[in-house]
Design a protein. Sequence first.
Length: 294
Amino acid sequence: MVELERAKRRIRNTTELQSVVKIMKAISSVNIQEYEMSLRSLSEYNKTIELGLQIILQNNKNLLTPKKLDENGSLGAVVFGSEQGLCGKFNDIVSSYALDRMAKMQHEDRRVLAVGGRVFARLENAGQSVEAYFSFSGDFLGITEVMGKVLAKIDQWRLESNVNKIVLFYNRPINSIAGSFSPQMADLFPIDARWFAGLAEKKWHSNSMPTYSMDTEVLFSSLVREHLFFTLYRAFAESLASENSSRLASMQLAEKNIEEHLSELLAHYRKQRQDAISSELLDILTGYEALASE
């Protein structure tokens, strides 16, 4: 009976774990849809920013002259990881990729920001000091608050720390259903001068070009800042989509293993129960034969 109770307890615990895994799968699926929807909305927002920059650059060619950067400046890097676990090698892949790419860049001084406690730990364990760490817990609406803090830190780098190049490292989803993703590097600053030149030469989509009354430099600076924010937001949203995609794949594998283990436990429980019944029947028969012989 002791073994039978032990088997029942293991089945109960495994069933509870199976319920938790199913909940995690459902949450990951919903999150993936939300982040993918935010990325589509963000793409439309970026089109508006590009249209504004196109108007300004076509009327002010002098803004295309790039400012000379200090060749001895520092490298700034923002590495996007996860705040929670259960997402496979998500953080290991992006941290290893970031460290490898930064090692190949011609910058002796590096300043690193980490978004997510798990990737922060990976970078620290690898010997890379992290200047600041930002946590994130919530839905896609909370991305704006975190990215505002990251952008403020980047402004501080540019003004006080002579950082002349800023790059982003994150995982980009390939197949959300299969849980596949790939590590990416994106240049945040300086903005590609060829992109600006392309906007200045791009033909306007109608015969009349809009006008504006704001100061040109103020408007241009504001649009550039919005473009930087868009680049940060997109990297973070893609990283979160990849994280949930990886977690969904991990939960699907865990669910399969749990189902197989539960089947084994149920088979073991049925065998133990049958053995217990057989033992009780044998005791009854043995007692009956003993009484009959008397």
